[in-house]
Design a protein around this ligand. Structure first.
Ligand code: APR
Ligand code: PHB
Length: 385
């Protein structure tokens, strides 16, 4: 079997790449180890930058997102007994974000690929990469797929990055001493906008998916498991961390999903080796506080599509050779922003009283200085170089 681009992973990165390549007349095969049902149900983040929305619309897969997604023109930072709105319409006019679940993006992309006759293989076993320097090929479940190039879109725990010979990649990494417990609940959101709440009990985030579905996150110890958090405990803690301003009551409902996400910052450089190109979580991870993970994956894929289009058009490899450098500028901006939002809003056991005062002072600055608030806003909606 032969294709132009062998894509490992049917997350947002792999699926969007396959679709964008198809629109350029470039063939690909997507190999995914999980079932279609599993990837379509996996609840992840849900904040789309304008650039991500524009990419999906231009690719013809934005119709449901435009209909069901929720445009947001601000977020609230809540701390010290008060809420402070960061108004995007004032600070970054014309730019906003759209709240639309990542698994909805995945569903739309799978539907588009299948409708166009795309070759998506689910529940594929033992994907392995070979001959990355020249004439690369993939093996899986007893089959062989010859490719011109391989795209490693298989997330943080995939096989692509480890297939690069030792010593080629440099890893930059930071772990955080906490995790996020994420829950999805069948209840109308208690706020029109996202609330990022900092308090002595730890961070909490109130997000949403639809007028009847709310999404929440709680800062929890790094070794927490969902079983530690029966529903009653989740609501008690969410109330304790969010009902901190006068007149705000958190509506509760049935919890339909609950999972723990580790918090990590991670980058490998370069994001390529030989004929292998890494995109999305396979190359970099950000803590979810800045809501950048999905948007970075989409940005990588945009760059890779242009580079592959030039390569397959006339053999010019310049853009492909520069792929990693072109992506890393945005990746590192998002790394800094995500780290900054995380340290601004979480409690660290290692923090002494002085550290906590510094954090509060910085929050006061961000919510009172227009310049500082603009820094937050322009990064949150997506900084374009
Ligand atoms: N063989 C085949 N598929 C694999 C393998 C493997 N060995 N290992 C992992 N995969 C698949 C996973 O099952 C998953 O479906 O690769 C896919 C990777 O998808 P994501 O983890 O969603 O990564 P990506 O497409 O880069 O999207 C990044 O996802 O993790 C979130 O917050 C992150 O929003 C960001 C986005
Ligand atoms: C989400 O809705 O899942 C979400 C929102 C904002 C974040 C992270 C996740 O920063």
């Amino acid at each position: 079997m032969r294709t132009q681009v062998g894509i490992i992973g049917a997350g947002p990165a792999g699926l969007l790449l396959s679709h964008l390549l198809h629109l350029r007349g470039i063939s690909s095969v997507v190999l995914e180890r999980r079932s279609r049902d599993y990837v379509e149900r996996r609840v992840r983040a849900g904040v789309l930058e304008q650039g991500t929305v524009d990419t999906l619309v231009a690719a013809g897969v934005g119709e449901r997102m435009l209909r069901e997604g929720l445009p947001h023109h601000g977020i609230e930072l809540r701390y010290g007994g008060a809420g402070h709105r960061i108004p995007f319409e004032k600070l970054v006019p014309g730019r906003a974000i759209t709240v639309y679940g990542q698994q909805e993006v995945v569903k739309d992309l799978i539907a588009a690929r299948l409708e166009a006759g795309g070759d998506l293989r689910f529940e594929v076993e033992d994907v392995a990469l070979h001959s990355l320097e020249d004439r690369p090929y993939l093996t899986f479940g007893g089959e062989r797929l010859d490719c011109d190039v391989i795209a490693g879109c298989d997330g943080f725990h995939g096989v692509s990055r480890p297939a690069v010979p030792e010593g080629v990649l440099t890893t930059y990494e930071r772990e955080y001493p906490f995790a996020w417990l994420g829950i999805l609940a069948q209840v109308a959101p208690s706020s029109e906008e996202l609330i990022y709440a900092r308090g002595e009990r730890g961070f909490a985030l109130h997000s949403m998916r639809s007028p009847t579905l709310s999404r929440f996150y709680l800062q929890v110890p790094p070794d927490a498991v969902a079983e530690d958090w029966p529903d009653g405990r989740v609501w008690d803690e969410l109330k304790a961390r969010l009902e901190t301003v006068p007149g705000f009551t958190l509506a509760t409902g049935e919890i339909v999903e609950k999972s723990v996400t580790p918090m990590r910052s991670y980058v490998v450089e370069p994001m390529q080796y030989g004929r292998l190109y890494l995109a999305g979580d396979a190359a970099h991870i950000v803590p979810p506080t800045g809501a950048k993970g999905l948007n970075l994956a989409v940005a990588d894929v945009r760059v890779l599509t242009e580079a592959l289009a030039a390569y397959f058009r006339d053999g010019s490899a310049g853009l492909l050779d520069g792929y990693s450098a072109a992506c890393l500028k945005r990746v590192w901006r998002a790394q800094h922003f995500s780290w900054w939002m995380t340290t601004l809003l979480h409690t660290f056991d290692s923090d002494d009283a002085y550290g906590r005062r510094l954090q509060l002072s910085y929050l006061d600055y961000v919510t009172s200085s227009e310049a500082a608030a603009t820094t937050l806003a322009e990064n949150y909606v997506g900084y374009e170089w």
